[in-house]
Design a binder for this molecule. Structure first.
Ligand code: NAG
Ligand code: NAG
Ligand code: ZN
Length: 417
C-alpha cells in the first residue's frame, strides 16, 4: 500500500554576494610585509610549538547537539589558562571569564577609549576523526613529520586559538599596551552551530554593555597557492559574507493503491521528478541582489517561488524547516582593511555576532596547496611548522596594525557592489 511519501531535501542557496576581487597589490599602504629578521617577529621556539602540539592532543570533539567531549574541552581550557600567565594572571589589562563553563571570553583594555574595539574569534572544538588507518600520524598526537604538524584541529581551528593567544601573550609579556581595545572569544561548539558557546558569549557581551565592534576576524578563507586557476602567486582570500541557507521539506500525498496494480504515477515518482528538476535547475546566482536592495529583506520567498516554478507540480508540497539569510557584506575597500575578497562557503559561528558589526572578515592565515582543502574535517589535517609561525605573527601584526586610526572611520555603506 502506498501512503504519502515524505522526503526532505537540503537546498543550499547559491547566493553569491561577492565576486569583486581586489588584488593584493591594493592592500592599504600601512601594512608592510613581516620578516623573521624584524625585531617584533615572534619565533616559533620549542615552547610555542609544544603548546600547539599539546592543544592538538585534547580530544575536544563536537559530534552533535548534546554530544561533545565536554571533559576534554574543559581540560583544554584549563591548559590554556595555565599556559598563558600574562593573559590569565599577570596583566592588569586583561579581564577574562569562562562562559557556559567551556567557552572563554577575554577583554584586553587599550589605552585609547575613543577607538572602537574589535573581536578576534576562534573555536576550541573539532570534528570527529574518521578513517584512522589512513592518517600519517595519530590525529590527536600533534606529531611533527616532514615539517608538518599533524592532527585534528591543526587548520580548524586550534591554529587560530593558539595563534591569537600566543600573539597576545607575547605582546603583554613585552609590556606593550595596545591603543585599541579588543576582545577574544573562544567558542566550544562551533562545529555544531555554536549556540552554547558563541551564542552565549554574544549574550554576555551585550550584558557587559558592548554595542559595536570596529570589525571581527573569524576563521574562513585562507592563503591559496596553486589552487586558483591562472594565478601562481599566493592569494590571500578574505570572506566578506556568508551564503544563506535553507532546508525545505518536500512531500507528496496521493490516494492509496495496491502495488499489484501500480498506477502510472506514485508519490515516489512525483517526488523523484521534483527532485530531479531541482537538481537540473539550480537556484540562479543572486549576485548583488541582497546587497543592492535592503540587505535585511528576506530572500526566502524568492527562493521558494523559484523552486515551486521549477517543480511545476502543485501536488508537491513545500515546507521551510530552517532558513538563514545571507550575512551582510563587510566593507572591502582600501580603507576597509582590504585583502582579496571571495566568498565563504560554509557557515560559522559569526552569525552570533552580527548584531555587533557589519564588518566580519573570515580569514585564517593558513597556506593551502592543491589537495589541502580536503584536509578540512578530513584525513591528515595538518599545518606546516613554518605556517604555524606565520599564524602567530599574522595575529600579532593584526593586533598591532589595528591600533592605526586609519581603520577607524565607520563604514557608512556596504552597498557598493
Ligand atoms: C565544567 O565542565 C567540567 C567538564 O565537563 C565539569 O567537570 C565541571 O563540573 C563543570 N563545571 C561547572 C561549574 O559546570
Ligand atoms: C540581534 O538583535 C535583534 C534585534 O534587536 C534581536 O532580536 C536578536 O535576538 C539579536 N541577535 C542576537 C544573536 O543577539
Ligand atoms: Zn572551524
Amino acid at each position: 500500500m502506498l501512503k504519502g511519501v515524505v522526503a526532505s531535501a537540503v537546498l543550499l542557496l547559491v547566493v553569491v554576494l561577492v565576486v569583486r576581487t581586489v588584488h593584493l597589490s591594493r592592500r592599504p599602504p600601512q601594512t608592510s610585509e613581516c620578516k623573521p629578521t624584524d625585531s617584533d617577529f615572534i619565533p616559533l621556539n620549542d615552547e610555542r610549538l609544544q603548546r600547539f602540539q599539546k592543544a592538538i592532543s585534547f580530544e575536544s570533539v563536537s559530534r552533535d547537539d548534546g554530544d561533545s567531549n565536554s571533559d576534554e574541552m574543559f581540560r583544554y581550557g584549563e591548559f590554556i589558562i595555565a599556559s598563558f600567565p600574562h593573559i590569565h594572571r599577570h596583566s592588569p589589562l586583561v579581564t577574562w571569564e569562562r562562559v557556559n563553563n567551556l567557552s572563554l571570553l577575554y577583554h584586553v583594555q587599550g589605552s585609547d577609549p575613543s577607538l572602537r574595539p574589535y573581536l578576534l574569534m576562534a573555536h576550541t572544538d573539532v570534528v570527529p576523526v574518521t578513517n584512522l588507518d589512513q592518517w600519517n600520524a595519530p590525529p590527536f598526537s600533534g606529531e611533527v613529520k616532514d615539517g608538518f604538524i599533524y592532527g585534528r584541529g591543526t587548520i580548524d581551528d586550534k591554529n587560530n586559538v593558539m595563534g591569537i593567544l600566543e600573539a597576545t601573550e607575547f605582546m603583554l609579556a613585552s609590556k606593550i599596551r595596545p591603543q585599541r581595545s579588543f576582545y577574544v572569544a573562544l567558542g566550544h561548539d562551533e562545529e555544531i552551530r555554536g549556540y552554547q558557546g558563541a551564542g552565549l558569549v554574544a549574550k554576555r557581551l551585550a550584558e557587559k554593555g558592548v554595542k559595536e565592534f570596529e570589525f571581527i576576524v573569524d576563521e574562513g578563507m585562507a592563503v591559496f597557492e596553486g589552487i586558483i586557476d591562472g594565478v601562481s602567486s599566493p592569494v590571500a582570500s578574505v570572506g566578506v559574507s556568508e551564503k544563506g541557507m535553507i532546508v525545505v521539506k518536500l512531500s507528496v500525498e496521493m490516494p492509496p493503491g495496491h502495488s499489484s496494480m501500480p498506477p502510472k504515477e506514485t508519490p515516489i515518482t512525483v517526488l523523484a521528478n521534483a527532485v530531479k528538476r531541482l537538481a537540473d535547475n539550480p537556484q540562479p546566482s543572486m549576485l548583488g541582489y541582497g546587497v543592492e536592495t535592503d540587505m535585511f529583506e528576506s530572500l526566502v520567498p524568492e527562493v521558494l517561488d523559484y523552486d515551486r516554478a521549477v517543480i511545476g507540480d502543485p501536488r508537491v508540497k513545500m515546507e521551510v524547516i530552517q532558513a538563514m539569510e545571507p550575512h551582510p557584506v563587510a566593507g572591502y575597500r582600501d580603507t576597509d582593511f582590504g585583502y582579496q575578497v571571495t566568498i565563504m562557503v560554509g557557515n560559522t559561528d559569526t552569525i552570533h555576532y552580527l548584531n555587533f558589526t557589519g564588518d566580519v572578515y573570515r580569514f585564517s592565515p593558513t597556506h593551502m596547496f592543491p589537495g589541502d582543502p580536503e584536509r578540512f574535517h578530513g584525513i591528515n589535517e595538518r599545518m606546516s611548522v613554518k605556517n604555524y609561525e606565520q599564524v602567530i605573527n599574522f595575529f600579532y601584526h593584526l593586533i598591532r596594525n589595528a591600533d592605526q586610526a586609519g581603520l577607524s572611520p565607520a563604514h557608512s555603506t556596504h552597498s557598493d557592489l
